[in-house]
Ligand binder design. Structure first.
Ligand SMILES: Cc1cc2nc3c(=O)[nH]c(=O)nc-3n(C[C@H](O)[C@H](O)[C@H](O)COP(=O)(O)O)c2cc1C
Length: 182
């Protein structure tokens, strides 16, 4: 049995929800990323990072970059939470040039979107994305590189609040944990 911790970064709550679901199934403790110290990472063997995806960037990315020298020697799982209906191309798009995300095992769960509750900045981004989509939709069936999102799906997400969170998304991660905790 190893020592482990779940670390999450969540702007709108979906990643926090997944972190708590994972805690229920693994009995690991949960900590918000802002409260995590180097000591928390050093003293644990299994680290599970849970975070939202914003503009194709994993929320825990800069944390990973900062602590890469310690994290690379841990059993590390990365659980990304996004709006897209994920497939392998989504995963590849999230992987960066410096291979930081590749030091962990990748998992994915769908999050939620509610434009009414977004910060002013995020609302503005969504409105700009919406405008661009409507313009492009006139000319082509737009598909977004980082996932199976076409223009209509994207517009629907922006216009209507949606919650795709589902506990079944954590099943592969929990299996990974059980395998690595022997
Ligand atoms: C500004 C902004 C950008 C986003 N960009 C992406 C994206 O590139 N890919 C994606 O799948 N989801 C994207 N989303 C959706 C979020 O990943 C989704 O809302 C998720 O639930 C966020 O996690 P949180 O609820 O823990 O904050 C974006 C959301 C916002 C507000």
């Amino acid at each position: 049995m190893y020592k482990g911790i779940i670390i999450y970064k969540s702007k709108y709550g979906a990643s926090k929800k997944y972190a708590n679901w994972i805690a229920e199934e693994t009995n690991l403790k949960v900590k918000e990323i802002e409260d995590v110290t180097v000591f928390d990472i050093e003293k644990n063997d299994i680290i599970i990072l849970v975070g939202g995806v914003y503009a194709s960037v994993f929320a825990c990315y800069s944390f990973m970059k900062k602590h890469i020298d310690v994290l690379r020697f841990k059993k590390l799982a990365i659980f990304c939470v996004g709006a897209a209906d994920s497939d392998d191309s989504y995963k590849d798009a999230l992987m960066d040039d410096s291979n930081i995300l590749k030091i962990g095992e990748f998992f994915y769960g769908r999050g939620s979107m509610d434009i009414k509750n977004m910060t002013f900045r995020d609302k503005t981004i969504m409105k700009l994305v919406r405008k661009a989509l409507l313009r492009k939709k006139k000319h082509e069936d737009l598909s977004i590189d980082e996932g199976k999102l076409n223009a209509d799906d994207m517009l629907d997400m922006i216009d209507n609040s949606s919650d795709w969170t589902d506990k079944s998304y954590i099943v592969p991660l929990v299996s990974w944990f059980n395998e690595n905790n022997k």
